[in-house]
Design a binder for this molecule. Sequence first.
Ligand SMILES: Nc1ncnc2c1ncn2[C@@H]1O[C@H](COP(=O)(O)OP(=O)(O)OP(=O)(O)O)[C@@H](O)[C@H]1O
Length: 276
Amino acid sequence: MSAHHAETLTAAPRQAAPPKLELAGVGKEFRSKRATTRALHDITLTISDGEFVSVIGRSGCGKTTLLRTLAGLQSPSEGQILVEGRSLWNGSRVDSSVVSELGVVFQDANLFPWYSVADNIALPLKLRGAGKRERRERAHELAKLVGLAGFEKSYPRELSGGMRQRVAIARALSTRPKLLLMDEPFGALDALTRERMNAELQRIALATKATVVFVTHDITEAVFLGDRVVQLSPRPGRISEIRMVDFPKPRDFDVQTEPEFGRIVRELRHALDRQE
Ligand SMILES: Nc1ncnc2c1ncn2[C@@H]1O[C@H](COP(=O)(O)OP(=O)(O)OP(=O)(O)O)[C@@H](O)[C@H]1O
């Protein structure tokens, strides 16, 4: 047998790594005695490692429902959600070991007021039984990453809204999640702070090679941050459009003045207007 032949016999078959996140035919229906609301219908989407996907859509089109379903907070009525090939939901039961690999940031930072910045950041590690020293070191490293070095001992009430969201992002990253899920994380911030946080989030996502699903109302924010922008249409929420955004990263704000950027924003806005 030739050496070459022997090699082909013994070599393990090469398997491609499963995608970071796979949604197949995901739907969600809310039922009450009075009414049934179909919030999501047939959402099928594959997100690869390190990708930043923005999700936009009119109010009530199901963005939050989608994110809560991805975060393991609300079971889908149908379809499959796989994180690196592992099923997040088993019927209406969530697999907690898959959930523990996710990081979630909401519009409200939801910090514990009686915990310092460092303790808030390290809380998920504490819940996993990490020792004091590991928690302190990781909190410091993350505080630095999100631009809060020196504020580790401060309390949430001493921070601005933007700083609180930075703490929430650091906390979500503390467990080195496979996937970062963000629902309007900067929705409550003023325009200037929001712009700065967009730049910061881009930097953090690139530095940590994070895979991100980012829900927003703001089309400019979605295009600035996204490698792809997924647009949902309302009642029931379904994917009406997916746009690639090819500008190289890191992007600075000047990219927003480029004609191509303006064209993408305009087209997405017109598509939203048509849904009125
Ligand atoms: N717990 C629930 N029970 C019943 N209906 C619900 C529930 N949660 C959401 N819905 C309905 O599902 C649809 C989608 O709501 P969702 O909050 O996901 O939209 P959204 O796109 O996030 O809206 P917004 O941008 O205003 O936050 C809406 O029609 C809403 O009324």
